[in-house]
Design a protein around this ligand. Structure first.
Ligand SMILES: Cc1cc2nc3c(=O)[nH]c(=O)nc-3n(C[C@H](O)[C@H](O)[C@H](O)COP(=O)(O)OP(=O)(O)OC[C@H]3O[C@@H](n4cnc5c(N)ncnc54)[C@H](O)[C@@H]3O)c2cc1C
Length: 331
């Protein structure tokens, strides 16, 4: 027979066991990608402070140490193996599935980045459940919010799958604090995770002193109105005044003005900085889908009818070739 208090405790434990989340950390073996902190917040909204984080890589000790300090993380599972070089979905999936099988996680989450969008659909397929993509809110343990039609409709979905495999839109969840916790660090299930299906060969990464677009507090973004790649220098000069990142519309990317990792929008990056300055961008819905959650939006466009002014907090109807250098000079 349980006493009243031990009954209560047992019930709490059972409820906890009913919901236990696994967050798959994104990192480069040295530092944690900040989106993992946002994903941990989403996981906490589902299961309270019973979040396990999986850190898989080659030599990722500093990352697992960092994750262990995040308040609300109960356990860190570490897997170091040459097979995880390049973080391919084919090598990581059996590890995630083995961890799920051992610890019976009810929810598996990762950021809705190239990494998460690569790994988690494969995990979902192996677990024979539907992936739940890019959630923007958690209503309950089985009900989630996401946007559809390029952000024009908001969908609330209830998943009946026994295991929910979820990618999380980082900009919709506050980052969990990086310090204050002390989680236990354990080895993840061992196994031969080398895959015959794919092999990591190499990668070329863009090196930039500017903040990463999805983590930047200020973004100066340019569109077709810039007219050439050389003219983007105007935006880089302005960005230097703010320590800002530079982004672009798809039209600017397609025209070859800038590299496509700068693209913001439905088929580019989703950002929500404190300040977003749209220069020579008309404000097509596919662009708005990637930046309309920015705290303050400033638009510079010579066309007063440009749709960007409908979402802008501050609008300047002006020729950008005059207005931007003036602004840079005055700052
Ligand atoms: C499936 C799909 C997905 C897409 N995904 C994306 C996406 O992820 N991101 C995205 O951005 N787009 C996306 N698009 C494209 C989108 O529909 C628009 O074509 C694109 O956003 C337009 O880019 P823009 O505003 O730079 O160009 P335009 O629409 O050509 O606008 C240029 C603006 O510059 C202004 N301008 C010109 N000269 C000056 C000047 N001298 N001074 C001031 N203003 C000036 C003009 O008034 C105009 O408003 C997608 C489209 C499709 C169909």
């Amino acid at each position: 027979m349980f006493s009243q208090s031990s009954k209560g405790l047992a019930r709490t434990n059972i409820l906890r066991r009913l919901k236990s989340t696994l967050v798959v950390a994104e990192h480069n073996n040295e530092t944690l990608n900040p989106v993992t902190l946002n994903t941990i917040s989403a996981a906490k909204k589902i299961a309270g402070d019973d979040v396990t984080v999986l850190v898989a890589g080659t030599k990722c000790g500093s990352v697992s140490e960092a994750v262990a300090k995040v308040p609300g993380v109960a356990k860190v599972l570490v897997a170091e193996n040459e097979a995880f070089k390049g973080f391919t979905a084919e090598s990581l999936t059996p590890l995630v599935v083995a961890a799920q099988s051992q610890f019976k996680f009810t929810h598996i989450l990762a950021g809705a980045t190239a990494f998460g969008k690569n790994v988690l659909p494969r995990v979902a397929a192996k677990l024979d459940v539907s992936p739940i993509s890019e959630i923007t809110d958690v209503k309950s343990e089985d009900t989630f919010v996401r946007t559809i039609y390029a952000g024009n409709a908001v969908l609330t979905l209830k998943s009946k799958d026994p295991i929910k495999v979820i990618t999380v839109r980082g900009t919709n969840f506050e980052a969990a604090p990086a310090e204050g916790g002390s989680a236990a660090v354990e080895q993840a299930p061992a196994g031969d995770y080398k895959s015959d299906l794919s092999e990591f060969v190499s990668q070329e990464l863009t090196k930039s002193d500017r903040p990463e677009l999805t983590a930047a507090k200020v973004i100066i973004s340019g569109g077709r109105g810039l007219k050439s790649g050389d003219n983007f220098k105007l935006l880089y000069d302005l960005a230097d005044k703010f320590g800002a990142a530079v982004g672009a519309s798809r039209a600017a990317v397609d025209a070859g003005y800038v590299a496509n990792d700068l693209q913001i929008g439905q088929t580019g990056k989703i950002v929500a900085p404190e300040l977003y300055v749209a220069v020579g961008i008309s404000g097509a819905i596919q662009h708005l889908a990637g930046m309309k959650d920015s705290k303050t939006i400033v638009a510079i466009n010579k066309d007063p009818e440009a749709p960007i002014f409908q979402v802008a907090d501050i609008g300047l109807v002006a020729d950008l070739f005059k207005a931007v250098p003036e602004l840079t000079q005055k700052l």
